[in-house]
Write a protein that binds this ligand. Structure first.
Ligand code: GBH
Length: 499
């Protein structure tokens, strides 16, 4: 059954239930279009949902963090420095000159933080591994204490009934790779990433059954190597950037192969991509078609090449005489089959209308008054979550997806008695999750959702001034306080429903 047919059936079904008012028991009484009714009672898909709030029965709820943003302990147990240590220590780079030296002290507090996850009734947790804890220097010799931390973390999660989902790279490149090879400017870094992935898979793959290779190519490459506002703070010209992007996706492919070669058949692997999201500005057929065309182009350098094994013509043409250097063999590695695709979704990036031009689409500007969260880049448009997952299914036929990040930043004032009434975050979640439910109810295969973030943490160049957590953190005392949204999210996770 095509998903559109399924959607029609579902909406009719709901309508009929609403009219009958008695749910399933009334079905046999409905006589119009007998053929259709049969389809309804004998659904082929296991995604049949009888209302507009419930998620599939096996849907997984969780939270996410990343190593540099929460761990702290930046010099402990033999950890080497990363480009984010270097970058955050340069005055003026980060709001209030904050650093991740201590951050949430998760390195020492992971046990009590796992209890916070348990209090939310969440069953999955996404964290990232600090590459420079594992391989602290250029000798290539692994640091046992580094891997031990993740052994303990994983064991503690499993003992508490929480499945670990590990990200191998959330932007904290070992500094020696930046110094020796200019970091992602060189394929040597891609190869080193493959070796690191192999080591992690060998050591954790008996217990970690789900890996994400790289988090958000677009962010660390465009902002770190292009705009110079993220580590390592470089402003490379477009043709060099093209090579950096290629080396990034190559690293991903090498890691996929390394993980497969170094762990059992039950280990799954994917990536966590902040894909650019084309939202049809008005949801009519021609705009939806135009948005689909736009998706392949606006994701050409990352998701498109990973899922298709080739760059789009338009993308390659955009470099003129200096396209990135690559081989057919590399394209095969880059497009190694994945078990799932993780999507970080916060906001639409492109509002699309059909157009009678060469591209077939036009980008409509965001109104100046378009609402945002306290993060000025975060346009509040819940439908981004629907269209991101729907497009990925329809364009690339992806069979399994996770929302690896979604969340909102708020002002999060703490009252005198330590309450945080983050009602805007609750509203954000209710609306975004409604759009995710819309997708799953149409059979879009999203398996789980990770809220960003479990707790307030080091928000990159914004330091500790921007907060995404379900738990508020007092960074002077390291005390955690549940926000009202934590209560909300617990209800969602417990009932498997939009609340
Ligand atoms: C994610 O990025 C990250 O994976 C995560 O680490 C982060 O904490 C979380 O979202 C919340 O931000 O500073 O004006 O140049 C989300 C995508 C891309 C959003 C970069 C912020 C910076 C805009 N991010 N963008 S600006």
């Amino acid at each position: 059954m095509k998903s559109t047919e399924f959607e029609d059936n579902r909406r009719n079904f709901i309508k009929k239930i609403a009219v009958g008012g008695l749910g399933l028991a009334t079905l046999p009484l409905i006589t119009s279009s007998q053929k259709e009714e049969k389809k309804l009672i004998l659904p082929k898909s296991d995604h049949l949902i009888l209302d507009n709030t419930s998620f599939p029965a096996d849907f997984l709820w969780g939270t996410a963090t990343a190593a540099y943003q929460v761990e702290g302990a930046y010099k402990e147990d033999g950890r080497g420095l990363s480009i984010w240590d270097t970058f955050s220590h340069i005055k003026g780079n980060i709001k209030n000159n904050d650093t991740g030296d201590v951050a949430n002290d998760f390195y020492h507090r992971y046990k009590s933080d796992i209890q916070l996850m348990k209090d939310l009734n969440t069953k999955i947790f996404r964290f990232s591994i600090s590459w420079s804890r594992i391989f602290p220097d250029a000798t290539g010799k692994p640091n046992q204490k580094g891997i031990d931390f993740y052994n303990k973390l994983v064991d503690e999660l499993l003992a508490n009934g929480i499945q670990p989902f590990a990200t191998l790279y959330h932007w904290d490149l070992p500094q020696y790779l930046q110094d020796k090879y200019k970091g992602w400017e060189s394929k040597e870094t891609s190869k080193a990433f493959g070796d690191y992935a192999a080591y992690v898979a060998r050591n954790l793959g008996d217990r970690v059954k789900n890996f994400f290779t790289i988090n958000e190519f677009r962010t660390f490459i465009e902002l770190g190597y292009g705009a110079g506002v993220f580590a390592p703070g470089l402003k490379l010209p477009e043709e060099k950037l093209g090579q950096v992007r290629h080396n990034g996706v190559l690293a991903h492919g090498l890691a996929v192969q390394a993980i497969r070669a170094n762990s059992g058949a039950d280990v799954k692997v994917g990536l966590a991509d902040n894909l650019s999201i084309a939202v049809p500005v008005i949801e009519n057929e021609k705009n939806i078609k135009a948005a689909k065309i736009a998706m392949r182009e606006i994701n050409a350098s990352y998701l498109t090449v990973i899922l298709e094994g080739k760059y789009t013509e338009n993308y390659l043409k955009s470099f003129g005489k200096n396209p990135p250097k690559f081989t057919e063999e590399e394209l095969k590695i880059i497009s190694s089959p994945l078990d799932f695709v993780g999507l970080n979704v916060y906001n639409p990036t492109h509002l699309i209308e059909a157009a009678d031009n060469k591209l077939g689409y036009e980008v409509i500007p965001f109104a100046k008054s378009f609402p945002t969260t306290t993060s000025k880049w975060e346009y509040i448009a819940p439908e981004a979550l629907y269209w991101a997952t729907k497009h990925v299914k329809d364009i690339w036929n992806v069979k399994e997806m996770y929302i690896t990040e979604n969340g909102s930043s708020s002002t999060d004032e703490r009252t005198a008695d330590n309450k945080i009434y983050d009602t805007d975050r609750i509203s954000f979640l209710r609306n975004y999750l409604t759009q995710l439910q819309r997708a799953t109810s149409e059979g879009v295969p999203v398996k789980g959702y990770f809220y960003w973030s479990l707790m307030d943490n080091f928000e990159w160049t914004s330091g500790y001034s921007i907060t995404f957590g379900l738990y508020n953190v007092d960074f002077k005392t390291q005390k955690r306080f549940p926000k009202l949204s934590a209560e909300y999210y617990k209800e969602v996770a417990t009932n498997n429903k939009v609340m």
